[in-house]
Write a protein that binds this ligand. Structure first.
Ligand code: F6P
Length: 501
């Protein structure tokens, strides 16, 4: 399926990105798409109209349009676990299919329950702080959205704890008083060791089960293990993947931090993008363009990593959030049918917030031996009133993408910039809940569509299980109760025990 792409890449090997831009100046306009408050410009990608056409044909051949429909209709797109992935039903009534309708109805009931809880907690003047315990998809999304949109004088301060390293929870609890705090334990499975351990610490510290809430697809375990009252447990479902679950009650901390209207705006923004991704033709479809560009860079241009740089402090946690979304979804080496994938799948996703990262890893982006495609994310209207800071931030954002693409010749090789380094520029009109919903839905759909193009399952994550099992099995050896079977691990445990004794 990728033969035509390889031919296009071969043709473009001798045409630099700088040449492509000079030969076709109209691409600055024509390679841009807008969906509501989200504008995207792909003019600095190393492809031309002919290569793009080949990508559009690939999209048709892979059936991206049909794949989007299957997703929102609630077909079992998570093949290995025989599950639907109905995150779109959490945020809108987008499909008439029976499974999607049923999911949407359940989601609405859960939202109403969540709203009632948010209102009663907001109304309780004693409560000033919320501690949310969860990890991975039960942490990264809500943490990032709260950090992005929180107001300086919000009604409640929301703190997140994920790491099993108890330094995290110790630091958070040190600044709080149990009588003014509520706790939320978020875990789809309610079987995640980090969350259960931290949850128990929180529960003991609170010393009042009435101020403990849970979000889980396993309410029985939440009630049994933590004694949480059924009325304080919000549901999740097996048809929502952890890293796609922000839109469910996993967003409870978001609603507490920002208020329910803002959370509903987030859902509305994402759902508006869903409608676009589902209905726009491939040539105008931003989710498809983003996915095709990712596959082009990985497959045709051989990029091994992909960087993402939000130029807005409020989006500083986006790279961590996107790492889980992309790499847990796309880091697969077998196809949906179990056969090996014969192409390269997920690149390593990494990044940092601009302009900070310009002073750390940008050297390698400009002059390193490896070409790293970049997603730059900017916000037109600032979140503050310091105009000079914002202008400088935006000029840096624009400058980096321009300099990476154009480079600069110099007789001294140390001072020469090769250029030809591709990037996509994503610009939000402003950073509000509606716009952020668009941006996150774009990445979710792009990831799913990349998986469709590669023939892999975006919704399972068996790769993370083995390490968890080994960690549990090693506990007796670490406690000195039994020997470790693996020679290297045994030597390491001996070292630990020697220092620890
Ligand atoms: O790390 C694997 C994983 O299963 C993620 O996919 C998930 O988001 C996270 O653990 C947390 O899982 P849970 O919500 O079940 O605690």
């Amino acid at each position: 399926m990728f033969n035509h792409l390889a031919a296009e890449a071969e043709r473009l090997k001798t045409v630099s990105l700088q040449q492509l831009m000079q030969q076709d100046r109209q691409r600055a306009q024509d390679f841009a798409l807008r969906v509501g408050p989200l504008y995207a410009n792909f003019a600095r990608q190393h492809y031309d109209r002919k290569a793009l056409d080949t990508l559009f044909k690939l999209a048709d051949k892979a059936g991206l349009g049909e794949a989007m429909q299957r997703l929102v209709d609630g077909e079992k797109v998570n093949i290995s676990e025989h599950r639907a992935a109905l995150h779109t039903a959490l945020r809108g009534d987008i499909s008439a299919a029976q499974a999607a309708q049923a999911a949407h109805r359940e989601a609405q009931v859960a939202l109403a329950r969540m709203q009632a809880l948010v209102e009663s907690i907001h109304a309780d003047e004693r409560i000033t702080d919320v501690v949310s315990i969860g990890i991975g998809g039960s942490d990264l999304g809500p943490r990032m959205v709260v950090d992005a949109l929180q107001q300086t004088h919000a009604r409640l301060r929301v703190h997140f704890v994920s790491n099993i390293d108890a330094v995290a929870i110790t630091r958070v609890l040190a600044g709080l008083r149990p009588e003014n705090t509520i706790g939320i334990v978020i875990s789809k499975s309610f079987g995640t060791q980090e969350t259960l351990l931290n949850g128990r610490i929180l529960r003991n510290w609170l010393n009042d089960d009435e101020r403990l809430y849970a979000v889980s697809a396993n309410p029985v375990r939440a009630a049994d293990e933590f004694g949480i009252a059924p009325a304080s447990i919000l549901p999740m479902w097996d048809w929502v993947g952890g890293r796609y679950s922000l839109w469910s009650a996993v967003g409870f901390p978001v609603a507490l931090a920002l208020g329910m209207p803002a959370f509903l705006e987030l859902l509305k923004g994402a759902s508006a993008f869903d409608t676009h991704a589902l209905s726009a033709p491939v040539t105008k479809n931003l989710a498809m363009r983003h996915a095709l560009t990712a596959v082009w860079n990985r497959q045709a241009m051989g990029a091994t990593t992909q960087a993402v740089m939000p130029y807005d402090q409020r989006l500083a946690l986006m790279p961590a959030y996107l790492q889980q979304l992309t790499m847990e979804s796309l880091g697969k080496c077998v196809r949906c049918d179990g056969r090996p994938v014969e192409v390269n799948t997920s690149p390593v996703w990494w990044g940092g917030v601009g302009s900070d990262c310009q002073h750390s890893f940008f050297q390698a982006l400009h002059q390193g031996s490896e070409i790293v495609p970049c997603d730059f994310i900017g916000v037109v209207c600032p979140g503050h009133s310091f105009d000079k800071n914002h202008q400088l931030l935006l000029s840096n954002l624009l400058a980096q993408s321009q300099a990476l693409a154009n480079g600069k010749a110099c007789a001294d090789p140390h001072r020469a910039y090769p250029g030809g380094r591709p990037s996509t520029l994503l610009l939000l009109d402003r950073l509000d809940a509606f716009a952020l919903g668009h941006l996150l839905a774009l990445y979710e759909h792009s990831v799913y569509l990349q998986a469709v193009l590669w023939g892999i399952n975006a919704f399972d994550q068996f790769g993370v299980e083995l390490g968890k099992q080994v960690a549990t099995a090693l506990l007796p050896a670490l406690r000195g109760e039994s020997p470790a079977e693996d020679a290297v691990t045994a030597a390491l445990i001996a070292q630990i025990q020697e220092i620890d004794s």
